[in-house]
Every structure is written in C-alpha cells, then in structure tokens.
Design a protein around this ligand. Structure first.
Ligand SMILES: NC(=O)c1ccc[n+]([C@@H]2O[C@H](COP(=O)([O-])OP(=O)(O)OC[C@H]3O[C@@H](n4cnc5c(N)ncnc54)[C@H](OP(=O)(O)O)[C@@H]3O)[C@@H](O)[C@H]2O)c1
Length: 325
C-alpha cells in the first residue's frame, strides 16, 4: 500500500501535527438513512489514498449521532489496527438533545457530548475536539476551559474551533494559550464561491500560529460540473435529507460555475480538482475538507494534488468570475 507516497501532508499551524491536504468529512452520506456499505467503501478508498483525517460531529447523520455510530463500526472493521495512523475529529455546538444542556457552548454540554461521541465511536479519545460554533451567551473562558479539560482528561489530543469570527478566534486562541492548551486549528467554510475568510480570518490564524481546514470547498458539490445540466438523480440537491437546497442553484451561480468549469478544463483538471487546488493555494491552508457520496469522487478529488500551481493569469480569470467581495 503506497498511501503515504501519494498524499501530501501539511503542518497544522505551528503544531507538531500534520494533516493530509485532503480530508474526508462524514456530515452527509454516512448516517443510518444512507447505505452503510457505500460509506465503508468511501472511507476505505480515502484511507488507501492517504486520507488519514476523518472529520465528524455529534450531530452528523441523520439521525444525529448515526455517522459516529457507523464510523465506530468501521473503526472496528477495516480500520481496525490503524488507530494510530488516523486523526479523528468530533465537535459539539449544535442541538444534539432536548433541553438547555443539549447545544451551544457550556461546559456541561461540551463535556457530556464528547463522552457520548466517544461511546458512539467506541474510542478512548478523539484527536481533535472542536467547539462547533461560538456561543454568544456563554463566557468564552468557560467554553475554552471545557476544551482544555477534555485534553487534560485524555479524551482529546488537540482542540479547535469552527466558524468563529476573526475577533473571537483571536480571543479564544489567547484564552487557550493561557490555559496551556494551544488552539490547533480553525474550521471555516471556504470555497471559490465563498471567499469571506480571506481578508481577516486567515491573517489572524497566521498570527496565532493556528492551522486551517476549509469545509465545503466544493460548495456542497456545486463546484463540480454535475449541476450544469440540471439536478441529477441521487445528488445532494436531489435528496430529501440532503443539506443542499435546490434554491441555491440560481442561474447566476450556475453561469459562474460554467465559466469556472471552462477554466478548469483549460488546466486539464475537473472543476472539483481546480476548486480544491485553489483552496490549497494559501500557505496557511492545512487541508481541504471534502465530502463524498461515491468512492470515485474521492479518487477524483485526490487527483487535484497533481496540479496545485496557478499562473497569475488563471488566478485573475477566477477572480473575474468570483471576486473577493
Ligand atoms: N464545521 C462546520 O460547521 C461544518 C459545516 C459543514 C461541513 N463541515 C465538514 O466539511 C465536510 C465536507 O462538507 P461537504 O460535504 O459539504 O463538502 P464538499 O466537498 O463541498 O461537497 C461534497 C459533495 O460534493 C460532491 N462531490 C465531491 N467530490 C466530487 C467530485 N469529485 N465530483 C463530483 N461531485 C463531487 C458530492 O455530492 P453528491 O452527494 O451530490 O454526489 C459530495 O457529497 C463535512 O463532511 C463536514 O465534515 C463542517
């Protein structure tokens, strides 16, 4: 198996941990409503290609929790014996159970949610535990001290934050540093069609020595050629329990996708490959966090690593289609 020869590994900020340039998330396609065997094949294909990082959260499914349960089964199956080669993350922040302790950022919620995640995956620890969203009503010190406590209890090796704004990111990083548990990584949404993090968040991450893993780098599949001829059967926009609303596929957006597809073709890449290479063009971008509904998509995505270079002309062509707002 030559998985470690094909994959590129990048250092996460100033930490000792390297992540694969492409990571796989289990938000869609891995719940109890999905086909377990297909999910298993996707994960096996990913690991064979050197994708050592699998991203989960308490609520991934549907139903919530079922992606962790399914991933736990895989850890006891084809991934058995490979635990020390894997970086497994989970998160808590969104609504997971009824009542005031089932969401947001209290110590009460975060630590009990982590225990539940570990139980579902049958793990002693996760590699990265995230606060999934900033909680405006809980002191940031409390949320961050819960992350620190998870590490001290041996239930997480590293901690991260997701979708925090630049100001709260800097504050969270400072609190964690003072607690003695550096903030490893930020997980924001980022793609050619969603460039919000470029001006402020990326410089903050650089300053703080944190890594960055971009979620939805393919804009949930919109940044591929699949929607150019309508909504294909079985695609995320077609699925009743998918998270992509067909309303997001406006004519204006698809016209941009068509132009981007032309640029990708002139580079000899699929649009998915160009979209991933583009996200990975930043020095501080540790990994692009993809999703997949088929093993072939993972193979296509990892093919992006064969051409990560952009000429100035290509970058301006992309800027012209999808400018930095
Ligand atoms: N922190 C957060 O708040 C947050 C939020 C959202 C996501 N995430 C993380 O980010 C991960 C990725 O999100 P995402 O699934 O939306 O990412 P994405 O990579 O933008 O979209 C994945 C979808 O794109 C399509 N696709 C992937 N590769 C393709 C290819 N080569 N050719 C054609 N189509 C392709 C598939 O859609 P079809 O199903 O249509 O085939 C796939 O399900 C999640 O699993 C989760 O771990 C985190």
């Amino acid at each position: 198996m030559n998985r470690y020869e094909t994959m590129q590994f990048r250092r996460t900020g100033k930490s000792g941990l390297k992540l694969p340039a492409i990571s796989l998330g289990l938000w869609n396609n891995f719940g109890h409503l999905d086909d377990f065997e297909t999910g298993r094949e996707i994960v096996r294909t990913a690991f064979d290609l050197g994708i050592t990082h699998f991203d989960l959260a308490n609520n991934y499914g549907p139903p919530p929790g079922s992606a962790e349960e399914n991933f736990g089964k895989m850890l006891g199956g084809e991934l058995a014996g490979h635990r020390d080669e894997l970086v497994i993350s989970s998160k808590a922040g969104y609504r997971m159970w009824a009542g005031p302790y089932g969401e947001w950022g209290s110590r009460k919620y975060l630590l009990s949610s982590l225990d539940q995640s570990l139980q579902r995956m049958n793990l002693d620890y996760v590699d990265i535990f995230y606060s999934h969203r900033f909680d405006p009503e809980t002191p940031l010190e409390e949320t961050m001290s819960a992350l620190d406590a998870a590490v001290r209890a041996g239930k997480a090796l590293y901690v991260g934050i997701s979708s925090y704004n630049p100001e709260k990111t800097a504050e969270a990083a400072r609190i964690l540093r003072e607690l003695g548990t550096p903030c490893l990584i930020h997980q924001p949404s980022y793609s050619i069609l969603n460039r919000g993090i470029e001006r402020e968040l990326l410089p903050v991450l650089q300053e703080q020595g944190m890594g960055c893993i971009a979620f939805c780098p393919l804009d949930q599949g919109v940044l591929t050629s699949k929607y150019l001829g309508g909504i294909p059967e079985g695609s995320r926009a077609d699925k009743a329990h998918g998270t992509l609303n067909a309303k997001n596929l406006s004519e204006e957006k698809l016209a941009k996708v068509q132009k981007l597809n032309d640029i990708a073709q002139s580079r000899g890449q699929s649009l998915a490959q160009m979209a991933l290479a583009w996200v990975l063009r930043h020095q501080g971008m540790t990994s692009a966090l993809i999703g997949a509904s088929k093993p072939a998509q993972v193979i296509d995505c990892v093919g992006a690593l064969q051409n990560l270079e952009f000429s100035d002309q290509e970058l301006s062509q992309i800027d012209a289609v999808a400018p930095l707002a």
